[in-house]
Design a protein around this ligand. Structure first.
Ligand code: SAH
Ligand code: SF4
Ligand code: F3S
Length: 468
């Protein structure tokens, strides 16, 4: 039987569980509409997964809530990328105990990347007996069955680590936003950077079909979405392993060519695979935002090698400079790790040099966090957290100056923006194509629309503008 048939069949089974759950959850909630709260930690990939979990809950006739007091089901979708992320989850799960005591029928479930680690599952088993359901990233499509098992037996249900490498298309989805939406184009990661847990918890890289992605994009645009972000851990290797011959550049071109007034973003690009072809397509098509998130992690070749990143600073600069030369007003942004095991102050200075040379619009900066089971966790790590934090302080000062200069250079110019949200009373936040936030004085009806603005003021890296 073909793989598609198998996934179709197993989703049909899930629909049957979904139907059975409608009555069961209603009765458990005392005849009122049951309410579910889904809280997401971590990256956009998790946000996209939570949208599927919410979609499945809605099919069970559950309402969604942000308020744990009124919830009958609470699901935390967790992130394992750094220790801090895991600590937050443990702290917040601990706080759920009080809700469970008040409402014994409350079903508490944990899912996502943390749950794919044995030591975490063990800790939950031992220390959090009131957690009734645990499932990993590979079991999302089975959520109805697992929930059914948990509520009907009253026993703790744990499902993890069964990556069958399949892609389950056709899951229901509840999108959080009405004009900005996420679109996963691939799952997993094969790169095994030595510091990173993601390949261990998300499994091997696999791409969705070109036509399936295009159809989803078309239906989002038809539903009024103004911005779509294509998602993957390494979008540049999109298409590997598919029968059809395709790659990220052609997917990007075909998506941008869909009719309609919308913007297209994508993340994350890996410098080792980012192609000039992709950059040419960005340059040719005005719907593809002039923003490239291209994580460099470290400015020292010696450290990059030990990170298993498989590019050099020279190669990084070549692709970054090519992008800058081709795409007008491009924003380059990046991720940086400070204090990788064995990184010296001299290595770190090379990171600062790279930042000064490229002049990133903004940076996501992280102090290295050891992850159980990754090679780097075994490397010698002679510098203290305090020293690393001092280096980080130095880096942030350098970046602040660069960002302030960039923002100051925008004053007096006009940009098209997508108005996103209310910042405070009478003030809205909008975003330029190159991913810079502009504060506007405008009524809330403008949220979700494109506007042309003139930048009137730059305060450090906060821009103010007015609609023209
Ligand atoms: N696939 C993306 C990144 C996913 S994780 C990429 O390759 O760019 C997001 C970021 O978290 C990484 O870019 C890295 O900067 C950071 N990160 C990952 N593991 C980390 C760790 N163990 N300690 C500190 N930062 C880490
Ligand atoms: Fe982690 Fe590297 Fe994969 Fe990104 S490319 S998810 S940093 S292993
Ligand atoms: Fe975290 Fe998993 Fe994303 S570990 S960063 S939520 S892929």
């Amino acid at each position: 039987m073909s793989e598609e048939k198998i996934t179709e069949q197993s989703l049909q089974i899930q629909e049957e569980y979904t139907d059975m759950l409608k009555d069961i959850l209603l009765i458990r909630a005392g005849g009122k509409q049951p309410k579910a709260m889904v809280r997401t930690y971590g990256c956009q990939q998790n946000v996209a997964d939570s949208e599927k979990i919410k979609g499945m809950l809605e099919k069970m006739d559950c309402g969604l809530t942000e308020n744990p007091e009124e919830a009958d089901i609470i699901i935390f979708n967790t992130c394992a990328v750094r220790e801090h992320a895991e600590d937050r989850v443990f702290g917040n799960v601990g706080a759920l105990k009080a809700y469970k005591r008040k409402k014994p029928s409350l079903l508490i479930g944990l899912c996502g990347c943390m749950m794919e680690q044995q030591h975490i599952a063990d800790r939950i088993r031992k220390s959090f007996p009131y957690v009734g359901l645990v499932f990993g990233t590979h079991a999302i499509h089975k959520f109805p069955e697992l929930l059914y098992h948990s509520v009907t037996t009253g026993k703790r249900t744990i499902e993890r680590g069964n990556d069958d490498g399949k892609i389950y298309e056709g899951l229901p989805i509840h999108r959080d936003g009405s004009f900005k939406g996420w679109l996963s184009i691939m799952y997993g990661c094969d790169n095994f950077c030595t510091y990173c847990i993601v390949p261990h918890v998300r499994g091997r890289e696999r791409s969705r079909k070109h036509s399936v992605i295009l159809n989803e994009a078309k239906s989002m645009i038809a539903a009024g979405y103004k911005e779509i972000t294509l998602l993957g851990q390494n979008v540049n290797s999109y298409g590997k392993g598919l029968e059809e011959k395709t790659n990220f550049a052609s997917l990007l071109r075909d998506t941008a060519n869909i009719e309609g007034d919308f913007w297209l973003r994508f993340m994350t690009s890996h410098p080792k695979d980012a192609s000039k072809e992709m950059i040419d397509i960005m340059a040719e098509n005005s719907k593809i935002c002039n923003h490239l998130h291209l994580p460099f992690q470290c400015g020292s070749d010696r450290v990059l090698k030990r990170m298993n990143r498989r590019y050099t600073v020279e190669k990084y600069l070549e692709i970054a400079n090519y992008a800058k030369s081709k795409i007008p007003d491009l924003s380059l942004t990046s991720d940086v790790i400070v204090g990788f095991p064995g990184e010296t102050y001299e290595d770190f200075q090379q990171t600062l040099e790279l930042i000064k040379e490229v002049e990133f619009t903004s940076l996501f900066t992280f102090i290295y966090s050891p992850r159980v089971g990754t090679p780097a966790a075994q490397f010698d790590d002679p510098y203290s957290h305090r020293e690393k934090a001092e280096w980080m302080g130095e880096l942030l000062k350098v970046q602040e100056k660069i960002a302030a200069k960039r923002c100051a250079g925008m004053v007096g110019k006009q940009y098209r923006v997508l108005v996103e949200e209310q910042a405070k009373e009478g003030v809205l936040n909008a975003r330029t194509q190159n991913n810079i936030v502009v504060e506007l004085k405008a009524p809330a009806e403008y949220i979700g629309t494109f506007q042309n603005v003139e930048i009137t003021e730059a305060r450090n890296w906060i821009l103010r503008g007015q609609i023209v």
